[in-house]
Write a protein that binds this ligand. Structure first.
Ligand code: N01
Length: 555
């Protein structure tokens, strides 16, 4: 086969100050804020519309696991007063409509180029400009690039022997078709039992004639207790939004307002502990992990919560062997993102649902109409891969990013991502990352973290402009110190014990390093604010080149 010819590249002439990659919630808010500074911004988005993760993840049952009254923008009070969330956890189509509404409300679409993938970004050290090349063959020159590419946006399809011979349809939860998928009367196989599978399995089971779930690792899941929101519930948020949003930013590690735990799990006698777990199980949602303040710190404390969930599983699931398989035993609860479900465990009581243990017997081969494991063939007409993402770094790694001295970001991150504050990586000037590795990102309510990063970046660009600074970059010593701090904080918790995507453990060959910052959004925000208040301590800024000299400013 002839090698693909390189596409000719043509240059866009319009002056662009900032190229933003991605038009999810981060890209939308960035565009709005940067325009407010009077900057010329161009957003490239590979999808056909705004919404990022909510554009791609259209699988049945997809909804947010953070309550919508909190998983929403806070930057404009009129927006949060006017938008009506219908349910406690809004379904994906509604969140996507919200993203579309934001784009229209602030008239953002004109500066977003859809169906366009950023291929490379190369820094020209003489001009102090990035050249961003896109799939349409254009090259855009910009002073700054902001990667708003999302943490879970690079869907991962494992290689199974014989996959190409499979005759039925294959779907990936992270890249679901736009047209409705009807499984009625079909034998469906789902591979994977993470959040996406746990949300979709109960709905697929209602349609399929037979559903076979291939599970490698059992996950902890708690009931969502989703329900329509009442006017009173909406009103109570709206009336108190300033304080609720402040608390989310400052008082809660994960950016979600919830009852504050005042003690550890072992401080209560067993019957009280069980009552508290029951109360959280009954009210539902992610806040189950917030019942005590040491569940992710102390193994014995964690065991009490894990045992409680395992008991609920054996209570719900009728077949003892299926219940046993569904009970996670290989990681502390919460060390992988806890799942939030509607009727997940009960679905295994249906006569048309079978659970297959592919830990004991890994998938040997995909046949034209079946999945073979443990020497047995499970016949399927369609396959759903709920196999997750190359998280946090995957989407960045797909772009050929070259900084100072032509170094690629992929080379620099070969042993794991290195950033200062999750915002910049040394050697890559004027390149920002929103919710990058080394920031709370996926351990938090993403919108809280997105707003914080976008505000910080916007303030930083405004500061630079006021001082005539042309270049900002993280210094190596500041980055080294931050990476060490991120690792040290993670090592003090139970998180690194799990083979999670937080650790990169789901991708064969990916360096295993705990990527998000566990210190909490409040602490982290304060650190970022302090850095800015100390004239961007740990960053170096360079003033605009005057005739032939460049003067590093001591800022
Ligand atoms: O992906 P996952 P996800 N052979 O990586 C299995 C967010 N999210 O899309 O654990 C067999 O969690 C894998 O098995 P194992 C949320 O943050 C949020 O479900 O590697 N199995 C696992 O069971 C979440 O954490 C929401 O042994 C293979 C599954 O596939 C994150 O996205 C909804 C395999 C992947 O689970 C990712 O969730 C959905 C192989 N080769 C997602 N490779 C909400 O807001 C992988 N697996 C509610």
């Amino acid at each position: 086969m002839a090698a693909a010819q390189p596409q000719p590249v043509s240059h866009q002439n319009a002056r662009i100050d900032v190229v933003v990659v991605g038009a999810g919630f981060a890209g939308l808010y960035l565009l709005h804020k940067l325009r407010g500074l009077g900057l010329h911004v161009k957003v490239f988005e590979q999808g056909g519309d705004v919404g990022g993760t909510w554009y791609w993840n259209r699988y049945p049952g997809a909804r947010c696991d953070v309550e919508s009254m909190q998983y929403s923008f806070s930057f404009d009070d009129k927006l949060q007063q006017e938008w009506n969330w219908s349910e406690r956890y809004a379904p994906q189509p509604e969140i996507l409509r919200y993203a579309g509404h934001v784009a229209d409300r602030y008239d953002l679409r004109g500066d977003i180029q859809f169906n366009t993938t950023v291929k490379s970004a190369v820094f020209d050290e003489r001009a102090n400009r990035w050249t961003v090349t896109t799939s349409d063959g254009q090259a855009t020159i910009a002073q700054h690039v902001v990667l708003a590419t999302g943490c879970l946006s690079n869907a991962r399809t494992p290689e199974f022997r014989g996959m190409k011979d499979f005759k039925g349809k294959v779907y990936h939860t992270g890249n679901w078709p736009h047209e409705p998928v009807d499984f009625t009367g079909l034998r469906v196989g789902v591979i994977g039992t993470g959040s996406s599978a746990i949300q979709s399995i109960p709905l697929i089971a209602e349609q399929a004639s037979q559903l076979t779930v291939f599970q490698r690792t059992a996950n902890f899941s708690v009931p969502a207790r989703n329900a329509p929101l009442t006017d009173d519930e909406r009103k109570s948020f709206r009336d108190n939004y300033p304080e609720i949003r402040r608390q989310a930013r400052e008082d809660f590690k994960n950016g979600i307002v919830q009852p504050i735990p005042d003690r550890g799990a072992l401080d209560d006698p067993e019957h009280e502990r069980r009552e508290k777990y029951h109360a959280r199980w009954t009210s539902g949602g992610l806040t189950f992990m917030g019942v005590y303040n040491n569940l992710v710190l102390d193994q014995r404390a964690n065991d009490t919560a894990a045992d409680f969930i395992r008991e609920r599983i054996s209570e719900i699931v009728s077949d003892p062997e299926t219940a046993r398989l569904l009970q996670p035993t290989d990681h502390p609860v919460g060390s992988k993102r806890i799942c939030v479900d509607t009727d997940y465990y009960a679905t295994f009581n249906r006569s048309n649902v079978t659970l297959v243990d592919i830990k004991a017997h890994p998938i040997e081969q995909i046949l034209p109409h079946a999945v073979r494991t443990g020497g047995k063939d499970y016949e399927v007409d369609a396959l759903v891969l709920a196999t997750g993402f190359d998280a946090m770094t995957g989407s960045v790694a797909k772009i050929d990013i070259r900084g100072r001295g032509g170094q690629t970001l992929n080379d620099k991150w070969a042993e794991g991502p290195r950033t200062y504050l999750g915002l910049m990586s040394a050697g890559f000037p004027n390149l920002f990352i929103v919710t990058g590795p080394g920031s709370p990102s996926v351990l938090s309510n993403m919108i809280v973290s997105i707003e914080q990063h976008v505000d910080w970046i916007t303030d930083c660009l405004s500061y630079m402009r006021d001082r005539g600074a042309e270049v900002i970059e993280a210094t190596h010593p500041a980055e080294d110190k931050w990476v060490a701090h991120v690792n040290e904080v993670a090592a003090g918790t139970l998180y690194p014990q799990a083979n999670s995507w937080y650790m990169g453990a789901n991708i064969p060959g990916k360096p295993q390093i705990f990527m998000p910052y566990i210190g909490g959004v409040g602490v982290y925000r304060q650190i970022c604010n302090d850095v800015a208040a100390k004239d961007y301590e740990g960053f170096a800024m360079t003033v605009r080149a005057r005739p032939k000299t460049k003067e590093a400013v001591a800022l």
